[in-house]
Design a protein around this ligand. Structure first.
Ligand SMILES: [Zn+2]
Length: 458
């Protein structure tokens, strides 16, 4: 009993002494810490800006400046200017931590935090941008096996030194009328409903009359009797108007929803994301398959609005057994001030989404490929042989200054495991086409590395 009390007394005294000693020690430490911090340090602290690397570890952003605004202005952006761009979207991970009042100078971050991206290097981005020939538009391209975004180029570029600068990235912030790039999707709808594509033919006389509309659907030509692959290759509107009439509309809308479309556009859509980019969703407004507007929607005009990322992902799923890796641009963010502590990293396992059944993807892919092989590698379509799948589109747009035409292109480059969507706005006859941009893209893309041991063994 006595012994226990003695021990208690001893512990109490020891704690009291520790407390008495620690108060002045901590006070001295705090005073010392604030003394260590001088004005220059504070300025340095506020000046430590992050560094961003391209996929080859080249520095493309440092000291709040991009190496090139055409190449990265709308993707990486600048804080305070481009909100829907990487620097702003990852601001919390990239800004230096506050200096600790206890540990002072030691906690001052002097090394910039490092963001590693999947983006192509400056020269490649500029090569693709140059192919636009001064036109506005965008090019989204990503690896559908890994999810790496190679480019999300948007023109005109964001450039703080240019008064006519653009503050959006068309790949994420915009939707476009798809034009005939929608025909690839309508093909998938037909396959998904069990229609036998090889048996469907239609007579194209240059226009298609509709029962419930005085206005006919005009065609791009007079194709005569035509089947599925040729109708894709030659972009026959009459054929696809006929296909629309064969579809079960409810089932088509369900499949479109699976593919990522908002099929009830009157409803407020949930925000969508690609990496941390906020993405505008794709939508259709289809009520049936007999009215001019509804039939036109299955052909690619009507009220369809597509986002370039969504379309590239659908192209990917068609050639990749119905699934695609989810695109991302930021690989990792590290803090060199803390022994390269990882502040952000992608999940170890690749993230996939299924947009189509493997069987639907397979038949759609084969039908599309047959059309491309027959009609795209010629002087009219001028598609590079490096590109395996492509479908062109033209969209008529009413603007304040009259009608303009946008040109669109959906496609896949198998060697690089890359799916892409390209838009050129306000096309002029004889001018630059999205296919010129795609051909350039195919030149600069890296050849994809096998991602599994199985693939490596093949
Ligand atoms: Zn036709």
């Amino acid at each position: 009993m006595r012994r226990q009390e003695k021990r208690k007394k001893f512990v109490f005294i020891a704690l009291a002494i520790l407390l008495i000693i620690s108060i002045p020690l901590c006070s001295i430490r705090v005073l010392y810490a604030s003394k260590e911090m001088n004005e220059k340090d504070v300025v340095d602290y506020t000046n430590v800006k992050p560094v961003v690397l391209d996929r080859n570890d080249n520095v493309v952003f440092e000291n709040d400046t991009l190496v090139d605004y055409t190449a990265y202005g709308n993707t990486i952006g600048l804080p305070g200017f481009m909100d829907n761009a990487l620097i702003s979207r990852y601001y919390d991970e990239l800004k230096p931590a506050n200096v600790s009042p206890i540990w002072g100078y030691r906690t001052l971050e002097q090394e910039p935090r490092v963001m590693e991206t999947t983006l192509l290097n400056k020269e490649m981005q500029l090569a693709v941008a140059e192919a636009f020939g001064g036109k506005t538009g965008c090019c989204f391209a990503f690896n559908y096996e890994t999810g790496e975004i190679y480019t999300a180029l948007s023109l005109p570029e964001f450039n703080p030194n240019n008064p006519d600068t653009s503050y959006i990235n068309r790949c994420f912030d915009s939707t476009f009328i798809p034009g005939s790039t929608m025909k690839v999707i309508t093909t998938a709808l037909a396959v998904d409903q069990g229609l036998d594509l090889s048996s469907i033919t239609h007579y194209c006389q240059g226009y298609e009359t509709l029962e419930s509309s005085p206005k006919p659907i005009d065609c791009t030509g007079r194709h005569g009797t035509i089947g599925f692959s040729d109708a894709i290759g030659l972009s026959c509107n009459c054929f696809f108007a006929h296909v629309a009439s064969l579809l079960n509309v409810d089932q088509a809308l369900a499949t479109l929803k699976e593919m990522g479309f908002n099929t009830t556009p009157s409803q407020e859509a949930e925000p969508e994301y690609i990496d941390r980019f906020i993405k505008k969703g794709s939508s259709v407004n289809i009520q049936g398959n007999t009215s001019f507007s509804d039939v036109w929607s299955f052909v690619g005009q009507g009220e369809d609005l597509v986002n370039p990322c969504d379309m590239a992902m659908i192209a990917a799923a068609i050639v990749n057994n119905g699934k695609t890796a989810v695109p991302y641009a930021v690989e990792q963010i590290t803090n060199p001030n803390k022994k390269d502590k990882v502040l952000y990293t992608i999940p170890e396992e690749t993230q996939y989404v299924n947009l189509l059944s493997p069987a639907t993807a397979k038949t759609t892919k084969e039908t599309w490929k047959a059309g491309v092989d027959k009609h795209y590698y010629n002087s009219f379509q001028r598609l590079s042989e490096k590109i395996d799948y492509a479908k062109t589109g033209t969209a008529q747009i009413d603007t304040e200054n009259g009608k303009i035409r946008n040109k669109t292109l959906i496609g896949v480059i198998e060697k690089s495991k890359t799916a892409f969507y390209i838009v050129i706005e306000d096309f002029e006859d004889g001018g630059i086409m999205p296919v010129d941009v795609a051909n350039r893209l195919a030149e600069v893309l890296p050849v994809a590395q096998p991602v599994t041991e199985e693939a490596a063994a093949e």
